[in-house]
Design a protein around this ligand. Structure first.
Ligand code: SF4
Length: 364
C-alpha cells in the first residue's frame, strides 16, 4: 500500500519482466499475409468499421489503416479521428489506454482492439487506488495526468495531456499560480518542469522503451554522423533529451523530419515510427538511437512489446467475431471525458491543434 506521505514507488522490475514475457503477434509474409489483408479490407466494410492505428504498430497495420480510409496517428488524434468518422465501429490498433481513450470520446460507438492484453508500462505503474491515495494527500495541487493512463486515473485528474501539449498546459497552470501533481511519466514530467519552472510533484513511472535509450552511446553515434539531427521523444531520460535538436511527440518528430534540412536523423522513440517518417521524408536516412552500452538490458530494443501484440491475424479475427470490445464504466467515462475535454478546449482556445509545436533546441 502506498504511503500518503510519499511519492509512490512500485515494482519496475516486475513490469519489465511482464514486458519481456509478452508474446508478439506473428508477422505474416507471402500468401498468408495477402489473404489476411484481403479478409480485413472486406470485414472493415461489412462491419461498418474504421481502423485507427498508432505510429508504433506493425507496418502492415499502418498500411491497412491508410489504404482503407482510417488513420495512423498519436493516441489523441486516433480518438478524435474515430469520433469524427461516420463508422459505427472503431478498431484501435495500439495499447489498452488508447482503446479506452477512444471509448471515452466515443461512448456511443463500438470500440474493438486486436487484443485487450496490450499494456503500457506507464499505465501499469499508476494503479488507481495508489493514485487516489497520492492525490488525497496533496489536495492543494492540480492533478495533471499523461494520456498513457487508465480511464479511472483520467477520471480522477483535473487535466489529461498528451506529450504534444503538456508543456503549454503546464505553463498555463503555472502562470495561474497553480501547483501541479503530475503522473505517471517521471521523464516527461521532469522535462516539462525544466521548461516551465512549474512546481511539480512527480509520480515515478517510466516507459520501458524510451527508458532504454543511452546517453553515452548516443554521443558516440552523433560523432559518427555529424550532419544528423537528433529527434527525441520526451519520455526519454534527461541526459538523452539534453542532446536533442528537437524534443517532441511522435507527430512532432515526423514533422521535424520533413522541415529540417538535415539528410540524416537519429531518432529516439519506438522504431515503428520509421514507416511514416520514410513516407513523409523520402530520401532521408533514419537511424535508431542506441539502446545498447553500459547498463543496457535492451528488453525492448526500441520497439514496444505491447504494441507488437497487434497483428494481421488477431485484427482479422476481432473483426470476424466482433470481440475484444472495450467497455468502460459510464460514470468513469463521463468523469474522464471532463479532463480530456479540458485539454481539447484548451488546444482549441489557443487556435492551434493539440499537435502543437515541437521544442526546437539550439544546435549543440
Ligand atoms: S512505447 Fe512506452 S509509453 Fe508507448 S505504449 Fe509502449 S510502454 Fe507505453
Amino acid at each position: 500500500m502506498v504511503s500518503a506521505e510519499q511519492i509512490p514507488v512500485f515494482d519496475e522490475d516486475a513490469i519489465r519482466q511482464q514486458a519481456l514475457l509478452t508474446p508478439p503477434a506473428t508477422h505474416l509474409t507471402g500468401a498468408r499475409r495477402d489473404a489476411q489483408i484481403v479478409r480485413i479490407k472486406k470485414l472493415l466494410q461489412e462491419r461498418d468499421a474504421v481502423l485507427v492505428a498508432h505510429y508504433y504498430v506493425d507496418d502492415d497495420l499502418q498500411m491497412l489503416a491508410d489504404e482503407t480510409g482510417g488513420c495512423v496517428a498519436d493516441s489523441l488524434e486516433m480518438a478524435r479521428f474515430g469520433h469524427d468518422h461516420p463508422a459505427t465501429t472503431v478498431v484501435v490498433a495500439g495499447v489498452r489506454f488508447m482503446g479506452e481513450t477512444a471509448k471515452i470520446l466515443n461512448p456511443e460507438k463500438r470500440v474493438l482492439m486486436p487484443t485487450l492484453k496490450a499494456e503500457c508500462s506507464l499505465d501499469l505503474s499508476c494503479p488507481v487506488d495508489a493514485f487516489n491515495t497520492f492525490c488525497d494527500a496533496h489536495p492543494e495541487r492540480t492533478v495533471v495526468v499523461y494520456a498513457n493512463t487508465s480511464a479511472a486515473v483520467k477520471a480522477r485528474a483535473d487535466w489529461v495531456v498528451t506529450s504534444s501539449i503538456a508543456t503549454r498546459v503546464i505553463q498555463h497552470l503555472h502562470e495561474r499560480g497553480e501547483k501541479i501533481l503530475w503522473a505517471p511519466d517521471r521523464f516527461l514530467g521532469s522535462y516539462v518542469q525544466k521548461v516551465t519552472g512549474a512546481d511539480m510533484l512527480l509520480w515515478q513511472g517510466s516507459c520501458i522503451v524510451h527508458d532504454e535509450f543511452k546517453a553515452e552511446e548516443l554521443k558516440k553515434l552523433r560523432a559518427k554522423h555529424p550532419q544528423a539531427a537528433v529527434l527525441v521523444h520526451p519520455e526519454s531520460p534527461g541526459d538523452v533529451i539534453a542532446q536533442a535538436d528537437v524534443v517532441g511527440s511522435t507527430t512532432q518528430i515526423i514533422q521535424a523530419a520533413t522541415e529540417l534540412d538535415n539528410p540524416t536523423f537519429i531518432v529516439a522513440t519506438d522504431k515503428g515510427i520509421f514507416y511514416k517518417m520514410k513516407q513523409a521524408a523520402p530520401g532521408k536516412t533514419f537511424i535508431e538511437a542506441p539502446t545498447g552500452g553500459v547498463g543496457a538490458s535492451c528488453g525492448s530494443c526500441a520497439h514496444c512489446p505491447w504494441m507488437a501484440m497487434n497483428g494481421l491475424e488477431n485484427l482479422g479475427t476481432t473483426l470476424e467475431n466482433l470481440d475484444n470490445e472495450v467497455h468502460i464504466d459510464p460514470d468513469i467515462g463521463q468523469q474522464a471525458m471532463v479532463s480530456l475535454t479540458r485539454m481539447l478546449d484548451f488546444a482549441a482556445s489557443e487556435n492551434k491543434s493539440a499537435i502543437g509545436e515541437a521544442n526546437i533546441a539550439s544546435p549543440s
